[in-house]
Design a protein around this ligand. Structure first.
Ligand code: SF4
Ligand code: SF4
Length: 116
């Protein structure tokens, strides 16, 4: 048989402040995937031979599409890029940036209109 409580005890217990419950932790910022983006500053895009970022990428995520007049357009394969950032410091002209994963599923060709 359950122990009986007086009315006073019941009300006192019901009105007593409840212990604080910890709120769930917000999602970490690191969960937003980062992808490399090659901008129009790229030397290959402007007619000079350069594949430094490709050589530094551990995921082999950078492809070059040949263009006319000795130019090539670097494209980052979104399905391979892990956002590790290894390609950023090796670029001689700082043409690569990391962006929160908003790229097309297949690749991110250099953006001719990018100022950076
Ligand atoms: S290292 Fe920089 S300049 Fe060279 S190909 Fe890659 S993005 Fe272009
Ligand atoms: S961020 Fe890392 S995985 Fe992505 S293209 Fe650059 S070196 Fe490769």
């Amino acid at each position: 048989m359950a122990p009986s409580l007086s009315r006073r005890a019941l009300f006192t217990r019901a009105l007593a402040p409840r212990p604080a419950v910890a709120a769930p932790a917000p999602p970490a910022e690191a969960e937003v995937p980062q992808l490399a983006v090659v901008t129009a500053r790229c030397l290959a895009e402007n007619g000079a031979y350069c594949r430094t970022c490709d050589e530094a990428c551990p995921e082999v995520a950078i492809r070059f599409h040949l263009l006319l007049q000795g130019r090539a357009r670097a494209a980052v394969l979104a399905e391979r890029c892990t956002g590790c950032g290894a390609c950023l410091p090796v670029c001689p002209v700082g043409a690569i940036t990391l962006s929160a994963g908003s790229l097309p599923a297949s690749s991110s060709p250099a953006n001719p209109g990018a100022a950076a």
